[in-house]
Structures are given as C-alpha cells and as structure tokens.
Design a protein around this ligand. Structure first.
Ligand code: UD1
Length: 419
C-alpha cells in the first residue's frame, strides 16, 4: 500500500486550483440511470470513488469513459437492477442507485453499504423514503430489495437532515407520479448540483438549497450535459494547509459562498481571508487563537472539514472545543494526531484541543478514513522531521493527488509506492 512522506516546516505560498466535487459527482453519475442515452459531465475529479461508481454503473448496464475533459455515461436499457456487495462495500454512496433503479425499472436490489468507518451510518431514512413513495421493501442476505409498479409522490419529512437520503428522494420522486414534498431536506451545495442536473434532464424541481423541496414527477427524462461544482471540502482543506504553515495561499476555481462557515471560523481565529467570485486567499499570521466549532448540516460547519480544522487548532493559542454532531465515531484521527505530539482529549462527541503545546514532531501515522487522512497530512506539514502517513487509499478516494497540489505550493511531500 502506498504511503505519503511529509517533511514539515515549509511555508506554503502560491495558487492552487480546486477539482470538481466528489460528493456532487457521485449522485449525479447515479442520476444518469434515470434516462437512456449519453450523459456528458465535465469537471469530474479523477478519484477512486469515481472509478468505483463507474464500475458499479457498468454492472448495471451503463458504460462510461473519458473523452478529453468530459466523462460520458452511456445508459441503455435493459440494465441489471442489482448493485452487488463487492461494488457497494467499497463505497457507501452505492446506496444512491436505489432511488434511480426503483423509479426507472420498478425494482432494485442493493447491497447494504460500506465506505468510511465513521459511526454506524444506517440507511433507514433511504428505505423509509422509498416506502413513502409506495415501494415494497424487504431485506435478504445483506441486500435491500425494493419493488413498485410506479412510485407515487408523497410528503417526506426527514427526522434528521440526510444528504444521501435527500438525494435518493430527489432522484426517485423525479419519475414518480404526482407531487413529492421533501421537508427538512439537506441544503448542501451537492444536493443543489444534483437538482440542477435533474432539471437539465427535464425534472420539475423547486426549492433545492432550502429545507423544503417540491418535485412534480414526470413520465420521462432525457440525458443532458453538466459541469460538476467545485469541491468545497478540497478547497477548505487547501485553505487550511496554507493557514497551518503560516503561508499565503490562493485557492482558485472554488465557490467561496460554499465555505462561509469555515471562513468565519478562520477569521475568528485571526487569519486574514480575502474572497472574490471564484477564489479564496488565506494570509499568514504568526499566531492564531483557538476557536470552538460544532459540526452541523449546511450551512453549518461541515463534518468533512472537522478533522482538518482540528489539525489547525493543535497549533493555536489556547484551548479549542470541537463538537462532532453529525457522525458518532468521527474522532479516529485524534489518536494519530496525539502520536504526532498533539494534546487532545476526546470525550464521546467532543474533543478538547490544547493548542501550541510545544509543536508537533514527526511519527509514522495511519490514515483511518478519508478526511482523517487529510488532517494527518496537514499536521505533517508542520511536524518537525519526516511524517509517514500510511494506508492512504482512503485519501485517494476523495482527493485528486493532494500531494501534488501541496508540493506545487512548496510542501516537501512525496508518495512512496508500496514495495
Ligand atoms: C454525505 C457525504 C459525506 C458527509 C455527509 C454529511 C457523500 C457521498 N457523502 O454522506 O461526505 O460527511 O454527507 O455531510 O455525499 N443517517 C441515518 N439514516 C440514514 C441516513 C443517514 O441515521 O438513512 C444519519 C447518518 O448516520 C449521519 C447523519 O444521518 O449521522 C447524516 O448522514 P448523511 O447526511 O446521510 O450522510 P451521507 O449522505 O452518507
């Protein structure tokens, strides 16, 4: 297995570009199952999770490939309706084919998912949604089996905000008969991007980006073209990379409005952050203050940036309280940061980070999930000596060559291939 070696102590400077959003691309690729023909997407990142999705789509009868800067997904009926365990176990987002398959073909057999080991991550809300839309659901041998003649629109009130649940509901309701109202819907930019693609396909959707979305089902959708939104989590990670090294970094090709909660917290900590239409610049400061964060659904502080922000807080003056409210087991990076010399006490959903306790020192550490791995790389940028981050296949699921982007800003970082 590959690992990343970081030699800390280099200030980052320069401009770096954001790739397309993984979490927007995944549901949009699955949405292509809703219409036969060629769907064309640009700004799709080169990531393991995208490759896994392409494999899953292939097993469902939809071939795909890159033509220059465009990913073309070619869907033709009849597709298989089974999302196999081998495919879905690698990536929890595989559950997102449930809605499209069911709405389009009246049946779907989808393996219970895998993916990051961050908490129990159930799929009950996805299943309940399909039931509300009229599906008959059973489970057998680790698979969810859903059937319906044609889905029928209804009111869906999510008891908890769920990004994937909202996305599955949007895709299923687009081809259901009648009107569906989703209440307490997720407002994440990735949900909006999916809605925009569905609208481009002919769906009738209003309210995406707010907590109430209405969908008037149509009989048929057609393939379309779409540019995937920039990845706000990657942009935030790169911004924190500039900040933690005391450098000056411009993160280009992003949507600053998607990162408002991070920008506010970084400004509270004392960083100067300038924004324009499509970029964010963080400016060096000698020292920064500890600030507290609590993760929350968008527009709150993203759980996907919690680990990276914690790395930043290990270098702050004072004590920061970090509360994880979305996932129950998302502090797996804490023990690894402690191995680098950080002073952090995790207590259930809260971690107390005592900053600036003598700096970090290099140590071999292990990536445990996608965003945790990014936080270890960030910590490595300021740890004295050579930090080796192993098991970086987690990182490759969600970051397009993070090491190259950081190296282009002046980091001393390299990927070492497994022997
Ligand atoms: C998506 C993102 C992930 C991000 C998360 C929260 C993708 C591919 N992944 O994951 O990077 O961290 O949103 O912003 O877009 N829940 C249930 N039952 C369900 C579904 C979810 O209880 O049926 C719970 C989860 O366990 C979690 C919370 O709801 O506690 C939010 O999860 P959800 O928003 O669904 O996350 P994902 O869509 O899996």
């Amino acid at each position: 297995m590959d690992s990343i070696i970081v030699r800390g102590g280099h200030r980052l400077n320069g401009t770096v570009s954001t790739s397309g959003s993984k979490n927007a691309a995944l549901p949009i690729l699955f949405a292509s199952l809703l219409a036969d023909g060629q769907h064309r997407f640009t700004n799709v990142p080169y990531l393991k999770d995208i490759e896994s999705t392409q494999s899953l789509l292939k097993s469902l009868g939809a071939s795909s490939g890159r033509e220059d800067d465009t990913l073309v997904v070619d869907v033709s009926s009849p597709a298989a309706h089974v999302a196999d365990y081998e495919m879905v176990r690698k990536m929890r987002a595989g559950i997102l084919c449930l809605g499209p398959l069911l709405a389009r073909y009246g049946e779907a057999k989808v393996s219970l998912p895998g993916g990051c080991a961050i908490g129990s991550r159930p799929i009950d809300l996805h299943i309940e949604t399909m039931r509300r839309l009229g599906a008959d659901i059973t489970s057998e041998g680790g698979y969810v089996i859903a059937r319906a003649q044609r889905l029928v629109g209804d009111r869906i009130l999510f008891e908890k905000v769920t990004v994937g649940g909202t996305e599955n509901a949007l895709m299923a309701a687009s081809l259901a008969r009648g009107i569906t109202i989703i209440e307490n819907a997720a407002k994440e930019p990735e949900v909006v991007d999916l809605a925009n693609y569905l609208i481009a396909m002919g769906a009738k959707i209003e309210g995406a980006g707010t907590s109430v979305i209405s969908i008037e089902g149509v009989d048929e959708l057609s393939p379309a073209s779409h540019r995937i939104v920039p990845d706000r989590i990657e942009a935030g990670t790169l911004l924190i990379a500039g900040a933690i090294t005391g450098g000056k970094v411009t993160v280009d090709n992003c949507v600053p409005g998607h990162l408002q909660s991070l920008v506010e917290k970084m400004r509270d900590a004392g960083f100067r952050i300038d924004t324009d239409d499509s970029s964010l610049t963080v400016q060096a400061t000698k020292s920064w203050q500890a600030v507290d964060i609590a993760t929350a659904p968008h527009p709150g502080f993203p759980t996907d940036l919690q680990a990276q922000f914690m790395a930043l807080m290990t270098q702050a003056s004072g004590t920061s309280v970090i509360t994880e409210q979305i996932f129950e087991n998302r502090f797996m990076h804490v023990q690894e940061l402690v191995r680098l010399g950080a002073d952090i006490t995790p207590m259930s959903q809260v971690a107390v980070v005592r900053g600036n306790s003598g700096g970090l020192g290099a140590a071999p550490v292990m990536a445990t999930d996608l965003r945790a791995s990014a936080s270890l790389v960030l910590a490595g940028l300021v740890a004295e000596g050579e930090t080796e981050v192993s098991r970086i296949y987690h990182l490759d699921r969600g970051y397009e060559h993070l090491e190259n982007k950081l190296a282009s800003l002046g980091a001393d970082i390299e990927r070492v291939a497994a022997e």
